[in-house]
Design a protein around this ligand. Structure first.
Ligand code: CO
Length: 210
């Protein structure tokens, strides 16, 4: 276990090293951010995007919460999305779920009234919508599949959102894709869920629940 003092000592070394390697780095990044990706992922300590996709600091605008939910009634989610699309004009949004997600496991195992239970209810609703398919699976496969279906549901929540729809209507590029991260091999797997326009989404979505 590291102490806070060790972390601060590391930070001083890191900042000095960056200044050596790239003297104008902090001046340049302080001038403003121009990220190319909005990442919506799980808070799980093993699934941070910075290392796994190789983009430099300043490239990823991040929103993480338990079980990578895009909650349409959550002010935090909405503020992040609004800033990402309306101010930063970020063209790519990744919703990343992961296998071995504790939030997904909790959605399958119990319910309650504590804050975490209420948050996880949003994943439990996804389970209920797909209960027949999921209940036919063995427990581990069920959790993996629910993690995937949850990503799909959150992508649809984004596509349903006014901020995204208005951007699409005015021709602003917004590409939304769902992926899943496998903590066992470090690989990100696209789930075949990707939308680039309102027409794109409506073609898939009309007549069904996300
Ligand atoms: Co998780």
């Amino acid at each position: 276990m590291h102490t806070i003092e060790q972390m601060l000592a590391y930070n001083r070394e890191w900042a000095a090293r960056i200044r050596d390697e790239e003297p104008d780095f902090f001046e340049r990044t302080a001038a403003g951010q121009n990220p190319e990706l909005l990442w919506i992922g799980c808070s799980d300590s093993r699934v941070g995007p910075d290392k796994m996709i190789g983009l430099p600091m300043g490239s990823i605008f991040v929103h993480r919460n338990i079980a990578n939910v895009f909650a349409t009634n959550d002010l935090n989610c909405l503020a992040v999305l609004e800033y990402a699309i309306d101010e930063l004009k970020i063209p790519n949004i990744v919703v990343c779920g992961h296998y071995g997600c504790g939030g997904v496991a909790a959605a399958l195992s119990h319910s309650g009234v504590q804050p975490i239970d209420l948050w996880i209810d949003q994943v439990r609703f996804v389970y209920q919508r797909h209960q027949r398919e999921l209940d036919a699976l063995e427990p581990e496969a069920r959790a993996r599949r629910l993690a995937e279906l949850n990503v799909e549901a959150q992508v649809h929540n984004l596509c349903r959102n006014t901020i995204v729809r208005e951007a699409w209507k005015r021709g602003q590029p917004v590409n939304i894709i769902g992926v899943i991260y496998d903590i066992h091999d470090g690989l990100l797997k696209p789930l075949g869920i990707e939308f680039r326009s309102l027409a794109d989404w409506e073609r898939i979505h009309v007549g069904r629940q996300g």
